[in-house]
Design a protein around this ligand. Structure first.
Ligand code: ZN
Length: 212
């Protein structure tokens, strides 16, 4: 019988299914299969930096998406520029409560929670501090991940726009583009969040004792 901790040290080649024993690799090094030369794994620290850069870019574009005009509407010759928050208020005024609540959760709460907690997690893992907090963040993110449904964000945004169409003429603003950009980044980010690797990295950084 192979014990679980011994299993962690083994890796199977995705192509030829040869079993390899994992060895420690240095920064920017890669491990290849000895049979078919396929990439098995690469240096973790590099991944942390790339993800951190991605999450910072996503925060900036999310900020632009919230701060600037998402749509300009024309009501009886009056031009009005709306931010995401103002768009939400318009939905509430027109008694679009179901769309409004969907909008609030999928567009405000989940993306912000995911981007903010991913940033904190990667930042503290990078500076190798707050082992207990990062452990909690990993658990939180595992719960939030299923809620990062980019396609649903986009559909709910379109629904909100269509609902507004019968009251006004709509012109798309800079925040709309920033918002779509954020969604794409968010999708790449959540796809890239490999919890198995993150937990492994966590125990490598903080050791077995997590209260540090
Ligand atoms: Zn192989």
């Amino acid at each position: 019988m192979i014990k679980e901790h011994e299993l962690d040290k083994l890796i199977i080649c995705k192509k030829c299914h040869t079993l390899h024993e994992k060895v420690l690799i240095e920064a920017h090094e890669k491990a290849f299969c000895s049979e078919c030369n396929v990439l098995l794994y690469l240096d973790d620290k590099h991944m942390l930096d790339k993800m951190l850069a991605l999450v910072i870019t996503a925060s900036i574009s999310l900020f632009i998406a919230f701060q600037f005009t998402i749509v300009s509407i024309n009501i009886q010759g009056m031009e009005k520029s709306l931010t995401l928050m103002a768009l939400f208020m318009v939905l509430a005024e027109h008694q679009q409560y179901v769309v409004g609540i969907m909008f609030l959760f999928l567009i405000f709460i989940f993306p912000i929670a995911i981007i903010f907690s991913t940033f904190l997690l990667l930042f503290f893992m990078k500076i190798q501090k707050a082992g207990y907090l990062t452990k909690r963040l990993l658990i939180l993110l595992a719960h939030l991940k299923p809620w990062s449904m980019v396609d649903i964000f986009f559909i709910s945004l379109l629904v909100a726009m269509v609902k507004l169409f019968d009251i006004a003429n709509i012109e798309i603003g800079i925040a709309f583009i920033a918002f779509i950009f954020t969604l794409v980044l968010d999708m790449i980010l959540t796809k890239g969040l490999n919890f198995h690797e993150l937990w492994e990295m966590h125990s490598k950084i903080y050791g077995q004792i997590n209260e540090r």
